[in-house]
Design a binder for this molecule. Structure first.
Ligand code: AMP
Length: 115
């Protein structure tokens, strides 16, 4: 068993963070260093999958639950439109190897990627 990730520690109440939404298998928090007016993280409760590629291969239904909770929190915290980002690999900026989706919303550049 690997060391608990920062997100597992948040889930267990060992690191303070408000859980803004959850289902049986997935939870959402605010990113501590927001990169957009609304920047949320949607995270499977299990840390068995280190990135979205592993999650898609190992439990596609759980990936679908992540997307569904992203939809819900984007509706609840912004106008419903959102960008969903999975940094995959250190070279792409992934720092926590417990798969999580970034939900970016609110005042995003309409030009699209990189905006
Ligand atoms: P990534 O770089 O894609 O692995 O994303 C990890 C994200 O976790 C970063 O955007 C961090 O700002 C965020 N983060 C790290 N520690 C915390 C924390 N204690 N509470 C909320 N978000 C955090």
């Amino acid at each position: 068993m690997s060391e608990p990730s920062i997100f597992t520690r948040i889930l267990n109440g060992e690191i303070p963070s408000e859980i803004i939404a959850e289902t049986e298998d997935v939870f959402a928090i605010r990113d501590i260093a927001p990169q957009a007016p609304v920047h949320l993280l949607v995270i499977p409760k299990t840390q068995d999958y280190r990135d979205v590629v592993e999650l898609a291969a190992g439990d596609p239904a759980l990936l679908a639950e992540v997307v569904a909770l992203a939809r819900r929190v984007a509706d609840e915290h912004s106008d419903g439109d959102f960008r969903l980002i999975f940094n995959t690999g250190a070279g792409a900026g992934q720092t926590v190897f417990h798969v999580h989706a970034h939900v970016l919303a609110g005042g995003l550049d309409e030009a699209g990627l990189g905006g």
